[in-house]
Design a protein around this ligand. Structure first.
Ligand SMILES: Nc1ncnc2c1ncn2[C@@H]1O[C@H](COP(=O)(O)OP(=O)(O)OP(=O)(O)O)[C@@H](O)[C@H]1O
Length: 245
């Protein structure tokens, strides 16, 4: 299942520039994501985090730059081709198909990439055993945290080797956030690489092997998550002061 070279970046983003209509949003983003890591992108509202994730996922076409996944240029590919390589975007929010069962929601995830479905389902239920008893229930009746589990599980059912998570903790209480952090660590151990963008900066940086601060569409700081959490510039930009981590 895992054929990544630990000595090569899994994802290499080089001089990425993205515009909406003619308005530049990401100007020159360059970074690598190494296999089997949890990588975080943090930054102020509107800095360009979601835009970068969507460009990697093939949902937005860059105006300049390169995106290489396992050395394959993916910046000109359609979303379906990017997914079939194992790069899967999980949008923010808790959107499920409410009238479909949890099982059917997960099957939708596997629609574009149908190999290894039983193996993927085992991984999902090992991460989120609470879904086991809800498999035949309508997804609309799940709690917010459970719906979020289904959206993440759909990404895994699509065969993600690189999971792009957009604000995964949005709207979740501290206990559920903790639950997701341990699921992320289990996922990393199972060979999935995670690129996480979001607002829950302290929580995300504490679990991040590598993290980037994005400001105005460019990367202004990078390092291990717990280290950059101590950085004065980051604290000033994101917390407005320099609190204790
Ligand atoms: N579809 C769009 N059309 C035009 N402008 C957009 C569009 N989507 C985002 N933008 C703008 O691009 C900029 C970057 O947005 P983006 O969502 O990537 O930032 P972000 O860092 O993810 O922000 P947040 O943390 O608030 O989610 C913002 O100024 C936003 O208003």
């Amino acid at each position: 299942m895992n054929n990544t070279d630990p000595d090569q970046p899994l994802l290499s983003v080089r001089h990425l520039a993205v515009s909406y209509q003619d308005t530049p949003v990401v100007s020159d983003a360059t970074f690598n994501v190494w296999p089997h890591q949890i990588v975080a992108m943090v930054g102020p509202n509107g800095a360009g985090k979601t835009t970068i994730l969507k460009a990697v996922a093939g949902l937005i076409r860059p105006v300049r730059g390169e995106i290489l996944y396992q050395n394959i240029p993916i910046h000109s590919l359609d979303v379906a081709d990017v997914v079939s390589l194992g790069v899967v975007y999980v949008p923010e929010g808790m959107k499920v198909f409410p009238d479909m069962s949890v099982r059917e929601n997960l099957e939708v995830g596997a629609y574009l990439n149908r190999a290894h479905i039983p193996e993927r389902l085992r991984l999902v239920l090992c991460l989120f055993p609470e879904l086991t008893s809800r498999m035949e229930a309508p997804a609309g009746g799940l709690s917010g945290g459970e719906k979020r589990m289904v959206t993440l599980a759909r990404g895994l059912m699509a065969g993600a080797r690189l999971l792009l998570l957009d604000d995964p903790f949005l709207g979740l209480g501290p206990k559920v956030v903790q639950r997701f952090c341990s699921a992320f660590q289990k996922l990393r151990k199972s060979g999935v690489t995670l690129l996480i963008a979001g607002q829950h900066v302290r929580r995300i940086l504490r679990v991040a092997d590598l993290a980037f601060l994005i400001e105005d569409g460019s990367i202004t700081l990078q390092g291990p998550g717990p280290d950059i959490l101590k950085n004065h510039h980051l604290r000033r930009i994101l917390f407005g002061h320099a609190p204790k981590p």
